[in-house]
Design a protein. Structure first.
Length: 274
C-alpha cells in the first residue's frame, strides 16, 4: 500500500481508500477516495502543502499544480482541507473548518476569492461550527437547529442589511463587530429620517402592513408594537405576533409607557375577528 494510504470497506462491501498524514505530531485525515492512486495523490499533495510555502490559497485556482518533484497535477484535496493545511503550516494551529488566521481577525473561506471576515474572538465558535449558505443567508447548526449568524450581533433573523443594520465600511462580507451597526433592534420598529430629525416608525403586519405610529424613541416604538399586538389578540386575531423584550425598563416603567403610548385608531377600530 502506498504511503499514507489505508484500505477500507463500506458496509455494502465496496472497497475504498483513506488517506492521512502526520505533521507536527498531529494526525490529519485527508478524506476517502475511490482508488489507491487518488488517495496517494491526496497524501502527496498534503505533504507538498505542509512543507512548501510556495503553495498558497490562490494556488488552488491554478489549472495545474506542481509538487516538489516538479510533477504536474490538478488539486486532489477539497478546498476546505487545502485551507486547513495551509493555516496549520503558517500559524501552527489545526482547525477543521476552512479558516485562515490573520492578525486580530480571520477569514472563513468558501473559495480562494470567496470568504468572510470575523473577529479573532469568534475563532473558537467558527472552528467548531461550519457556516452554511442558503438564500443569501448564513447559518450554523447548533443544538440541532439552524441559527442565522446575525443573531450573534443581536440582529433579528429577518434583518435586512441597509434597513435593520449596516456594514460600516461597506463590505458585506466583513462581520467584525466594529463593522456592524444595528439600526433596528426591535420587531416592527424602523428608524427613519423625517423632516430632518430621527423618528421611529412602528408597523405591524396583518393582511398587509399597518402603521401603528411614529415615536421619538426606539423604546416607545417597541412598546407601541407590543400594545398593537395585544389589541389585535384581544380582538381575536390569533396570529403569533413576536414580543419585544425591553430589558432596560423595569416592570413599572414598562407598564407606565404601555398605558400612555398612543397607537393608530385604525387598529383600535378594527372589528373583532369572527
Amino acid at each position: 500500500m502506498k504511503k499514507g494510504v489505508y484500505a477500507a470497506v463500506k458496509k455494502d462491501g465496496t472497497p475504498y481508500y483513506r488517506s492521512s498524514i502526520t505533521f507536527k505530531n498531529k494526525h490529519i485525515s485527508l478524506g476517502s477516495y475511490p482508488t489507491e492512486d487518488a488517495a496517494a495523490r491526496a497524501y502527496s499533495q498534503a505533504d507538498d502543502i505542509l512543507h512548501d510555502p510556495g503553495f498558497s490559497l490562490d494556488s488552488y485556482l491554478t489549472a495545474s499544480t506542481k509538487n516538489r518533484n516538479g510533477e504536474p497535477g490538478a488539486p486532489v484535496l477539497p478546498f476546505p482541507k487545502w485551507v486547513t493545511l495551509i493555516n496549520f503550516r503558517d500559524n501552527g494551529i489545526y482547525i477543521k473548518t476552512p479558516i485562515y488566521m490573520r492578525k486580530n481577525y480571520f477569514h472563513y473561506y468558501f473559495s480562494p476569492d470567496d470568504y468572510y471576515t470575523f473577529d479573532i474572538d469568534d475563532l473558537f465558535y467558527y472552528s467548531t461550527h461550519s457556516i452554511i449558505r442558503r438564500g443569501g443567508h448564513l447559518f450554523v447548526s447548533d443544538y440541532g437547529m439552524q441559527i442565522n449568524i446575525l443573531s450573534r450581533y443581536g440582529i433579528k433573523n429577518y434583518g435586512v442589511a441597509g434597513r435593520d443594520f449596516l456594514f460600516v465600511n461597506g463590505d458585506k462580507r466583513d462581520f467584525r463587530y466594529e463593522n456592524i451597526e444595528i439600526i433596528n433592534r426591535y420587531h416592527g420598529v424602523f428608524c427613519k429620517q423625517h423632516k430632518g430629525r430621527t423618528i421611529y416608525e412602528t408597523r405591524i403586519h396583518l393582511r398587509g402592513e399597518f402603521i401603528v405610529g411614529r415615536y421619538t424613541t426606539e423604546t416607545e416604538a417597541a412598546v407601541a408594537y407590543n400594545k398593537a399586538a395585544s389589541a389585535l389578540i384581544r380582538k381575536g386575531y390569533d396570529k403569533r405576533f413576536p414580543v419585544n423584550y425591553l430589558e432596560e425598563l423595569s416592570s413599572e416603567e414598562y407598564k407606565s409607557c404601555f398605558q400612555r403610548i398612543q397607537i393608530s385608531k385604525k387598529i383600535q377600530m378594527l372589528s373583532p375577528k369572527k
